[in-house]
Design a protein around this ligand. Structure first.
Ligand code: PLP
Length: 434
């Protein structure tokens, strides 16, 4: 099976000076939860937060935990801080702030969106979902069958464990209205060429809804460049609070049906697509993610701080995510090599290793062992990893791994370091041979 397409260019190759490498010790200092002696490698489940996020949540609750939108100082402060949080959440994917909806989670955001789009669909229309995606970008769309929509499944290729674009092509028809897929799977970790897939979907006259949750902690996202119609991520996996973000193209959000009170204006997307409203203190705290990224930028690019340098937020965060990506790629190689060197280990997606870029998520199996055994054994060495289906139940079932206790998953982000990797691989080696 041929690889899907050329590897996407990382922000690194576009924006970062080659001699600059991430000062991980500098980054770690901002994360109070990293101060102990545990190695934390369950980041795909949720990342720790830097002090900037914690301080903003505390400050909001201490000073302005009231209804925003009024003129008195506490309310005005709340409005300002919530707006700043929304602005950061939009900047993280290069969206305009009025094009995002901040909600409780990605699962909840997809659920609401799927209801908002029902009015645009007719019986016989086709929607394509995958058997690789997390259930968040799956079940709500599959339920459109209730209104007569034909739901088709884009299935993983058995040789590559991945979604192949030619298999999607075979499913697209003139009745296809929507294709829902992931930027990378929270199990397989291989990066999809979203731009190329979106182009195919648009050529077929359909819309693309991309789950960027597993991808967002690792690489810079530009929804405009991807041309995605809808794009979702969860801030709690990108060093932020436990909330989710939905981006949609303006004209589509306008056509989506109001899911809130009847008097909410059609062009107030935040309110129309978030019944019950967003969480104030958590949204406000999200601005801390931006402050943290800017601290990392200022530390690594001191020349950019001189008066008049005027480096915009897009460029600053391109550079920071470029540093993150390069650091993560350097940690990826020894892990992949280690897993590949073990005859009784199967790394999911290993067949396309080297041909397709992966984020630092590694799911694997050990012959003859229930997957849950391995994380349990590593606990005594203070290594936090996990085994299960990670709510990508259809993916685990398609891989035939339900009876094995799912996959063992190791997931790293930029604040992991070479010492973490050494400790993981050393103890994994002992565990596998005992
Ligand atoms: C790839 C992916 N999509 C969606 C979700 C669901 O996100 P949320 O918890 O914000 O609903 C997750 C959570 O693990 C995920 O990994």
């Amino acid at each position: 099976m041929a690889p899907q397409t050329a590897l996407p260019q990382t922000a690194l190759s576009q924006n970062v000076l080659p001699e600059t490498t991430l000062d991980v010790a500098f980054c770690r200092r901002f994360f109070p939860a990293l101060a102990g002696d545990w190695v934390f490698m369950e980041n795909a489940g949720g990342t720790f937060v830097p002090e900037q996020v914690i301080e903003r949540a505390i400050h909001f609750m201490a000073t302005c935990q009231v209804q925003p939108g009024a003129a008195y100082p506490a309310s005005a402060g709340a409005t300002e801080r919530i707006d700043a949080g929304r602005q950061t959440l939009a900047h993280l994917i290069n969206a305009d702030v009025d094009e995002i909806v901040v909600g409780p989670s990605t699962t909840s955001n997809v659920y609401v969106l799927s209801h908002a789009l029902r009015a645009l669909l007719e019986p016989g229309d086709e929607v394509i979902v995958t058997n690789q995606d997390h259930e968040a970008n799956n079940g709500a769309w599959r339920r459109l069958a209730e209104i007569g929509v034909v739901v088709k499944e884009w299935r993983m290729n058995g040789d590559t464990d991945d979604l192949e674009i030619e298999d999607l092509e075979a499913l697209l028809t003139e009745k296809t209205r929507l294709v829902c897929f992931n930027h990378c799977s929270n199990i397989v970790g291989l990066i999809h060429d979203v731009k190329a897939i979106v182009r195919k979907v648009h050529d077929a006259g359909a819309l693309a809804c991309v789950d960027g949750v597993a991808y967002a902690p690792h690489r810079r996202i530009d929804v405009k460049d991807l041309d995605a119609d809808f794009y979702l991520y969860s801030a709690y996996k990108v060093y932020g609070p436990h909330i989710g973000v939905l981006y949609g193209k303006r004209e589509l959000l306008l056509r989506a049906a109001n899911q809130n009170h009847y008097f909410v204006p059609e062009d107030d997307f935040q309110r129309k697509l978030c019944p019950g409203g967003l969480n104030y203190e958590l949204t406000a705290s999200a601005a801390g993610v931006g402050e943290y990224l800017d601290k990392v930028h200022a530390h690594h690019f001191p020349g950019a701080n001189v008066p008049g340098a005027n480096i915009g937020v897009t460029e600053r965060w391109d550079r920071v995510f470029g540093l993150f990506a390069a650091h993560e790629e350097a940690m990826t190689r020894p892990i992949v090599d280690f897993l590949a060197s073990k005859a009784d280990v199967r790394l999911i997606g290993q067949g396309v290793e080297g041909r397709r870029e992966r984020v630092s998520i590694f799911s694997f199996l050990v012959n003859g062992r229930d997957s849950r055994e391995i994380p349990d054994r590593l606990l005594q060495h203070k290594i936090a990893i996990r085994a299960e289906d990670f709510y990508a139940a259809r993916c685990i079932d398609a891989l035939g791994l339900r009876e094995r206790g799912g996959v063992i998953r190791v997931s790293l982000v930029h604040y992991n370091d070479a010492a973490d990797v050494d400790r993981l691989l050393g103890h994994l080696d002992e565990t596998l041979s005992s």
